[in-house]
Design a protein around this ligand. Structure first.
Ligand code: GLP
Length: 276
């Protein structure tokens, strides 16, 4: 796992966006796994900026991690006060880039048969050839997507009840803006499972701010546990990159080692150190 620390949110976002852009350039029809929340907004802004300079999304496919059950929009149609992740993705990324609507997938929170939908979503990811890069944030309770504490580390896409902490956090950061009352916000979500996430070929986790410092330290340096589902990154056998700002990295015990490894890898790439 590469743990990269950048001075601030902007630099963290740029670093993450560059990884994604590199993937798109080397494989124009790549499959991106996308995340919501405040954290990836800067990464999406960077990708939009790169698109204006020519980054082409015309063949890119996307699969989002999760959606509130009972929320969703028909992309492109008028909507009022809709606080769905579908709307979030449309506003923060999709409407600004040349991605085809049919190539974007956000779990359907309005599905009449959500359980069947979960299986369909898994099948679609498989049919698309799997996810090349999965972007992830981390919830205050250590969740990935909506895999709340206690979720099996081998879970698949399913319906998950949200914890009180997630409801409180996400009410403040997401639902409150739409003047929806706390008790009106959805209490369940459709979420990719941990095993679904870990099937991606590259896992890219980002986090910023002091608020995330303790949970990041638990996820990266604590025991692997279903109580902090992001700790499953330690089990992951593919390429994993964690990009943090200084504040989110501030509780890591081995921070000096991660900096050393980053420098060593760069020196190796530049040819100033060798393996012998
Ligand atoms: C939600 C999403 C997660 C996200 C988390 C953190 O719960 N389901 O995928 O990582 O929010 O959000 P933020 O980036 O706003 O802290």
């Amino acid at each position: 796992m590469d743990i990269i620390v950048r001075d601030n949110y902007e630099k963290m976002s740029r670093y993450a966006a560059e990884i994604i852009a590199k993937c798109i350039k080397s494989k124009p029809d790549c499959v991106l796994g996308l995340a919501t929340g405040g954290t990836p907004i800067g990464t999406y802004k960077e990708l939009i900026r790169m698109h204006k300079q020519g980054l082409d999304f015309s063949q890119v496919k996307t699969f989002n991690l999760d959606e509130y059950l009972g929320a969703g929009i028909d992309l492109g149609k008028p909507y009022d006060l809709d606080q769905s992740y579908a709307r979030f993705m449309y506003e923060e990324l999709f409407k600004h880039i040349n991605i085809k609507k049919e190539n974007t997938h956000v779990p359907d929170g309005l599905s009449k048969e959500p359980e069947k939908f979960c299986q369909w979503y898994e099948d679609e990811i498989r049919k698309a050839g799997g996810v090349d890069i999965q972007l992830l944030g981390i919830g205050g309770d250590g969740h990935w997507a909506f895999n709340e504490p206690g979720s099996s580390l081998s879970s698949r896409t399913r319906i998950e009840p949200l914890t009180k902490q997630t409801l409180d956090d996400n009410y403040e950061s997401f639902y409150k803006k739409a003047e929806i009352k706390r008790e009106q916000m959805p209490h369940f979500a459709i979420t990719m499972g941990i095993e679904t996430i870990l099937e991606a070929r590259h896992v890219l986790m980002i986090a910023n701010g002091k608020k995330k410092a303790k949970v990041i330290a638990k996820a990266l340096e604590g025991p692997i546990t279903s109580q902090i589902t992001a700790s499953a990154i330690q089990l992951y056998n593919g390429k994993a990159t964690v990009v943090l700002d200084q504040d989110a990295a501030s509780e890591l015990k081995n921070i000096e080692h991660y900096r050393h490894v980053e420098k060593l890898k760069l020196d190796y790439k530049l040819g100033s150190v060798s393996l012998h």
